[in-house]
Design a protein around this ligand. Structure first.
Ligand code: SAM
Length: 213
């Protein structure tokens, strides 16, 4: 769903940073070889993630949902020189492609891949993260959040993607649509959670930025 007219979207993208060549290549290969290429972050939101990460300048980043590595590469642009990005994906078939692109970038040695269920892997990580990007199974967003809350500190930023769910969050709820119900509850929870300060931004499919109080 387009929240803005396509012409406005195009104008906004054309007046933002260009998409790096490596990410253009990654997008092409994802569309050619990987199922569900619409899951990739894409040019405009990617530049937003890059900018946010540069503003935060995190030492440690956690990403839940690597897919082919596009958003990991955007977030890594803001990492400190001695920083590390941990990225988790349950689909082991994507591991080789992710690594190939990470190694072609300037951040290959600062990105650690994990294969498996984030709900099992996050509790095992012995790191406190400055920046977290949640972009995996929508039904598990509340569970990811609780796992992540044990791995952040005051001032850490948690980003949650696809929170507008193609606009379904403001349409009459189909009782069979469990994902939209969970996202509705998740958005309410982020707003009410006393541990967090939250703004929902109308970027692509909705990106919420929550700061740990
Ligand atoms: C929307 S895609 C991520 C897109 C990626 N962040 C990007 O911008 O290119 C969601 C990914 O989450 C992964 N995923 C789903 N459930 C997961 C889980 N429980 N733990 C880790 N990864 C999971 C899927 O395999 C898929 O690759």
């Amino acid at each position: 769903m387009h929240f803005l007219s396509p012409i406005l979207e195009e104008y906004i993208q054309n007046h933002s940073e260009n998409e790096p060549k490596l990410l253009q290549e990654l997008t092409r290969e994802t569309h050619l070889k990987v199922i569900q290429p619409r899951m990739i972050t894409g040019h405009y939101q990617g530049r937003v993630l890059s900018m946010l990460s540069k503003l935060i300048n995190p030492k440690y980043i956690l990403e839940i949902g690597t897919y082919t590595g596009y958003s990991a590469l955007c977030l890594a642009e803001g990492l400190q020189e001695n920083g590390l990005l941990h990225t988790i994906d349950v689909n082991e078939e994507l591991h080789e492609m992710q690594r190939r692109y990470f190694d072609k970038s300037n951040y290959g040695n600062r990105i650690e891949q994990h294969i498996g269920n984030a709900l099992e892997i996050v509790p095992q990580l012995d790191t406190i993260f400055d920046l977290v990007f949640i972009d995996a199974e929508k039904k598990d967003y509340p569970n990811y959040l609780e796992a992540v809350m044990k791995k952040v500190k005051k001032g850490s930023i948690i980003l949650s993607d696809n929170v507008l769910w193609s606009g379904k969050v403001v349409e009459p709820l189909n009782p069979k649509d469990k994902t939209t119900k969970i996202l509705l509850d998740y958005n309410n929870k982020l707003k009410e959670d006393k541990r967090l300060e939250t703004v929902l931004m109308p970027i692509r499919d909705g990106l919420t930025l929550s700061r740990v109080r």
